[in-house]
Design a protein around this ligand. Structure first.
Ligand SMILES: *[C@@H]1O[C@H](CO)[C@@H](O)[C@H](O)[C@H]1NC(C)=O
Ligand SMILES: *[C@@H]1O[C@H](CO)[C@@H](O)[C@H](O)[C@H]1NC(C)=O
Ligand SMILES: *[C@@H]1O[C@H](CO)[C@@H](O)[C@H](O)[C@H]1NC(C)=O
Ligand SMILES: *[C@@H]1O[C@H](CO)[C@@H](O)[C@H](O)[C@H]1NC(C)=O
Ligand SMILES: [Cu+2]
Length: 232
């Protein structure tokens, strides 16, 4: 009885496992799970010469992701060059998300000189499946965005700045100050970590169920099963 259930859970998780998706801004091309590990855009090579862009507000706009992994380190970077030049600029401190689910940074800002320019925005997540990539094509506009409805944090995630040399080697410059010695009050985790009501262990599965995050639940289950199989 047990074995068929386990098998179907594993098969299901293989077919619906989306390591992470970008909820906002909209990304280049349809999501391709199998290609998400392909740098720099998860199976796409967009050119700024002929790609449709979405507006991104230099005064503050959002990047929203949904991860199925227990932990993800996030790097946001842009290039205004041909992507084959691999000339990426980091645009926000590297953040470590713990717990699967939604994570959104709503205050990604740019110097006003970027207004009118187009860029590829690359969202890079590093976790148990290695380094994974998605891209959006953006055009910088003046002003501040209304927070999009997709910009939410899962109730069972926490996030804080971290160092990640695997990710920081993927950029050649940075718009962020000295992020490695981030002692400032802007640490994004300050709000989250001071909330004692989040229970780190049991919460993710319940959260996945409650929000219909079946993929996340099954993935977590499959990972636990896989981990268990290694232990015995
Ligand atoms: C890389 O991009 C930066 C910032 O956009 C630019 O100043 C620099 O000239 C570029 N470097 C090369 C080698 O093209
Ligand atoms: C954007 O706003 C700045 C300052 O508010 C202004 O100087 C600039 O002309 C604006 N740029 C565009 C393209 O509207
Ligand atoms: C933290 O930042 C402030 C202001 O940037 C600086 O004066 C101070 O020396 C820093 N503290 C540490 C421990 O780096
Ligand atoms: C999500 O949590 C991070 C870290 O605490 C915070 O910086 C960010 O503003 C939160 N996002 C939303 C939409 O509340
Ligand atoms: Cu994955």
């Amino acid at each position: 009885m047990l074995r068929p259930v386990l098998t179907s859970v594993l098969l299901l998780s293989a077919s619906i496992h989306a390591h992470f998706t970008v909820q906002y801004p909209s990304t280049v091309g349809a999501f391709k799970d199998d290609d998400e590990g392909d740098s720099p855009c998860g199976g796409y090579s967009p050119s700024l010469d002929n790609i449709d862009t979405v507006d991104f507000h230099v005064g503050g706009d959002a990047i929203a992701t949904k991860s199925t992994h227990p932990q993800t380190n996030w790097l946001y970077r842009i290039t205004t060059d041909d992507i084959s030049k691999n000339n990426w600029t980091q645009v926000y401190g590297i953040v470590q998300q713990s717990g699967p689910g939604d994570y959104c940074t709503k205050e990604v800002t740019f110097p006003s000189e970027y207004v009118g320019q187009k860029a590829i925005l690359s969202i890079v997540g590093s976790g148990v499946d290695g380094v994974l990539y998605q891209c959006s094509a953006v055009r910088f506009v003046n002003g501040t965005a209304d927070t999009p409805s997709a910009c939410v944090n899962g109730s069972s995630i926490t996030a804080s700045y971290t160092d990640d040399t695997t990710l920081s080697t993927l950029v050649s410059s940075s718009l962020v100050g000295d992020v490695s010695s981030s002692n400032s009050s802007e640490t994004p985790a300050s709000g989250t970590t001071s909330t004692p009501s989040e229970t780190p262990n049991a919460a993710p599965s319940l959260r996945a169920l409650a929000t219909g995050g079946l993929g996340a639940l099954l993935t977590t289950g499959a990972m636990m099963l896989a981990g268990f199989a290694f232990m015995i």
